[in-house]
Design a protein around this ligand. Sequence first.
Ligand code: R5P
Length: 278
Amino acid sequence: MDFGIKNRLSKIFSPKTGRTVMLAVDHGYFQGPTTGLRDMKNIIPLVPQADCLFVTRGILRTSIDPATKTSICLRVSGGPSILGELSNEDITTSMEEALRLNASGVGMSIFVGAKNEDRTISNLGRLINEAQRYGMPVLAITAVGKEMARDARYLGLACRMAAEIGANIVKTYYCEDFHKVAEGCPVPIVIAGGKKLPEMEALQMTEDAIRAGARGVDMGRNIFQSDSPAGMIKAVRAIVHKGATAREAFDLYHASKGESGGKRSSSAEAVDESMEKV
Ligand code: R5P
């Protein structure tokens, strides 16, 4: 790898631990004003705690301080809303734009087994061809359609395909036998958190994923929909970067509860039902 891509990757994965805590706040690109992200001010105190922010260009421009030290991975695919066929995605943001916004990576979804599977895979190939020219890392997201099982066989297939097409990082869901998914994928895997879980369960999933070979998280709802987002991101960091157990991290989360900054507004209490689908 050339200097540029290595340098960008070092802004996503901590050079000290080789791992990353990415904060995913891109949900609005198909979901609209998601619970916890209705007012993007809610996530501002969390940004410095993340190694990398996974975000669309619209939110980056309108809501994120350009002086931030947190690196940016830009969501560059989209198209259908939560009301439509989710696999009908295309590339929505150009490489020139990603460079102008000083992104350290770009990310898009692939929908293996869904209606437009082949198009999303060839979109990934085209994005990587262009990204290679500029030394831009590509994160492939193995989005799971409504009909697909989130098991090691299916996720292993989707992750391996993404790596074979040339993705530098793959984001997928945690599942039983996750080590099989990680073993079959020759590039770093980060896990999405998925729908909101009780905090201890989300932290246990994080610990289990790291132990099974994940190189970090790209987590959204289990952080920003928590009753203490600041406490949760601190707890997740402790597992990912310091090797804390879920129990130790849970204690940290508890201790952080009530601290100012990052607490969700009361209007964001209920988990958004429509996000249960993804
Ligand atoms: C899907 O909307 C996005 O790719 C999210 O970035 C991804 O699902 C991670 O967010 P969460 O932890 O909420 O699943």
